[in-house]
Design a protein around this ligand. Structure first.
Ligand code: ADP
Ligand code: MG
Length: 467
């Protein structure tokens, strides 16, 4: 295939892919991928790192397969062309299976880049990393809201400064940012014991800097930070408006980056939204990868609760965990708080953990919705969104738009209410259990393949929640 057609085909592939993954995932992966050739039904893609290859293979293999077949027709094989080191232009041609290219990929640039400071760098054992051993990957539960950040974090820990640098993790309070960056730091230490890893909050960094200024030791302060191999700064929004600290941080940042050291930052908002941050720092934050951790989904909340209960050896019925995970949806910290309170109560008063106790404790953490969502509420929101009458959804009408609305109502009733499929079927058009199961699977499939369907469902979810 000639290059012009190849590029045209590729543009179509990207359109489909963009439609099916988040913009963030796209920017981190396919944005770097280019088509190299398509001959004899073999597609060769080029990309700048093994990390991207691993990531797309792990997360998007099915999507790639279906997209490429749709656009290119039958494909026999997929090859990757990975540019290993820009300096030497070396590249490795490899098949899309598990070929170990470790040996070719390790270009040891670190030594070549060693600065004079490194020669006198303090030893790793002199440094207290300030990492919390309990915030590790082992107990960081994965879910939709943190999957990208976690995957990238694990890749960075494998090869610090070789994938995304800086790595900027942002999201609201209590969603696991501190836990994740700690876990990355611990993993770096485990895999690369010679590396100097440091975790520090931006607040403490500022305090240390102010002290250094007072004691006339700014140079020592800067020199110390320049010896770090993986520097993790938490809650970087704390630097806003602190011009002198930012200025010093800028120099440290540049030095580390030029010397191939990893920088990991967390923030409660994306870089662009930080007020009072110098433009040049903002630009640098944007160089690497920004990964958002959003509020935990209900499945993640439930999995985290289960893990907490297991860890503490508690006996809490499944229905109670479900109830908590439905009501506490803002932060993982609240989930932990509730479990701790339940445990304290049950030990103190020697009582079992039941719904009464949960209902007493819950309002201390969240506003409890006294009126649980019903199938009727779901139906109303679905009808409002699709602009159809509730009586139509309950009718035998088989028109495509009505049938679709009915399926969506069944799917969302399953998500928002405690009713089983038989009850849902009875209340939505008097259908049987099998119809409901079919509807739920159909909507799930559509959400996977069709961005418009996802938009519809998200918009209706919002309607249901805000009613
Ligand atoms: P943030 O820094 O975003 O405010 P933290 O990292 O301090 O949030 O997380 C708050 C609490 O929730 C911590 O105790 C942390 O261990 C726990 N936590 C957050 N996310 C997860 C997760 N995915 N799995 C297990 N625990 C989590
Ligand atoms: Mg934090």
């Amino acid at each position: 295939m000639d290059q012009i057609s190849l590029q045209q085909h590729w543009a179509k592939c990207l359109e489909i892919i963009k439609d099916n993954i988040s913009p963030q995932q796209f920017e981190a992966t396919f944005a770097f991928v280019e088509p190299k050739s398509f001959e004899d039904r073999i597609l060769v893609l080029s990309m700048p790192s093994e990390f991207i290859r691993d990531f797309i293979e792990k997360h998007f293999m099915n999507l790639m397969r279906s997209t490429f077949t749709r656009v290119f027709g039958k494909i026999d094989d997929l090859y990757y062309d990975i540019t290993v080191a820009k300096e030497t232009n070396a590249s490795v041609h490899e098949k899309s299976s598990d070929i170990n290219i470790e040996a070719v990929s390790s270009t040891n640039n670190r030594d070549a880049r060693k600065s004079p400071d490194d020669l006198t760098a303090p030893q790793v054992q002199d440094l207290d990393s300030q990492l919390r051993p309990s915030y590790n990957f082992g107990n960081f539960i994965e879910g939709d809201s943190n999957r990208l950040a976690r995957s990238v974090g694990e890749a960075i820990a494998q090869k610090p400064a070789k994938t995304f640098n800086p790595f900027f993790v942002f999201g609201p309070s209590g969603v696991g940012k501190t836990h994740l960056v700690n876990a990355i730091g611990l993993r770096v230490k485990e895999l690369h014991p010679q590396m100097r890893v440091l975790y520090i909050s931006a607040h403490l960094f500022t305090v240390q800097y102010t002290d250094a200024v007072r004691q006339n030791k700014v140079n020592d302060f800067i020199r110390f930070y320049q010896t770090i191999d993986t520097l993790i700064i938490d809650d970087i929004q704390e630097l806003s408006g602190k011009i002198q600290t930012q200025n010093t941080f800028f120099h440290i940042f540049n030095h580390l980056q030029i010397n191939g050291k990893q920088i990991i930052l967390t923030c409660d908002r994306p870089p662009i939204a930080i007020q009072g941050l110098e433009e040049r720092l903002l630009t640098r934050f944007k160089w690497g990868l920004q990964a958002e951790i959003t509020k935990p989904t209900q499945t993640l909340r439930k999995n985290i609760l289960k893990a907490l209960v297991n860890k503490d050896g508690l006996q809490i019925p499944e229905s109670i965990l479900k109830f908590i995970s439905e009501h506490v949806d803002e932060s993982v910290r609240d989930l932990e708080g509730i479990i701790n309170s339940l445990m304290a109560h049950s030990i103190c008063y020697n009582c079992e953990i039941n719904m009464n106790l949960v209902q007493k404790i819950l309002p201390r953490f969240v506003e409890v919705n006294e009126h649980p969502i019903t199938i009727d509420n779901v139906k109303q929101s679905v009808c409002e969104y699709f602009k159809i009458k509730p009586s139509t959804i309950d009718s035998r009408c088989r028109k495509q738009d009505v049938a679709y609305a009915r399926q969506v109502a069944m799917f969302l009733s399953c998500e928002f209410t405690d009713c089983n499929n038989t009850q849902i079927g009875l209340q939505i058009g008097n259908r049987n259990h099998a119809t409901v199961v079919h509807a739920i699977n159909t909507v799930k499939d559509m959400m996977e393949m069709d961005a418009k369907a996802r938009q519809d469902i998200d918009a209706i979810r919002e309607l249901i929640r805000t009613k």
